[in-house]
Design a protein around this ligand. Structure first.
Ligand SMILES: C[S@@+](CC[C@H](N)C(=O)[O-])C[C@H]1O[C@@H](n2cnc3c(N)ncnc32)[C@H](O)[C@@H]1O
Length: 110
C-alpha cells in the first residue's frame, strides 16, 4: 500500500494507506449525537467493531476516552489514522485556547 494518508476521511498520520474505502462509513454528526445521548464528557466509549473509526473520531471530538477493536488490519489502520488525526486536532484547539484566552486579571478593576 504505497503513499501516505492525506485525506479528511483517513486522517493524516503518515500511516501508509491512501483512502478510506470502508463500505459503511458513518456520518460524524450522527455519531456525535448518539454519543451525547448516552455519555457525559470524560466517559469512555467502547466500539468493539471499529470499521473506519467514525465512532472513535466522534468520541475524541466530544472529549470522551475511546477503546476500539477491529479484526481487519486495513480497516484498523484507517481507524487508527483518523482517530490520531482527531486527537491532534483537539490538542491543537486546546493549545490555541490556552494561548489566546484572555487572562482574568485583565478584566479585574484596580
Ligand atoms: C459496520 S462496521 C463498524 C462501523 C463503526 N462502528 C463506525 O463507527 O463506523 C463493522 C466492522 O466490524 C469488523 N468486525 C467484524 N467482526 C469483528 C470481530 N469479531 N472483531 C472485531 N471486529 C470485527 C468488520 O471488519 C467491520 O469493519
Amino acid at each position: 500500500m504505497p503513499g501516505r494518508v492525506n485525506n479528511p476521511y483517513a486522517g493524516n498520520s503518515g500511516i501508509e494507506i491512501q483512502h478510506n474505502h470502508h463500505p459503511t462509513v458513518k456520518p460524524l454528526s450522527l455519531m456525535r449525537y448518539l454519543i451525547t445521548l448516552v455519555t457525559r464528557e470524560g466517559a469512555t466509549v467502547l466500539d468493539p467493531f471499529l470499521g473506519s473509526g467514525s465512532t472513535g473520531v466522534a468520541a475524541v471530538q466530544l472529549g470522551r476516552s475511546f477503546v476500539g477493536c477491529e479484526n481487519d488490519a486495513e480497516y484498523f489502520a484507517i481507524a487508527q489514522a483518523r482517530i490520531e488525526h482527531a486527537v491532534r486536532q483537539v490538542a491543537e484547539a486546546i493549545c490555541q485556547d490556552l494561548l489566546f484566552a484572555p487572562r482574568v486579571e485583565q478584566f479585574v478593576e484596580q
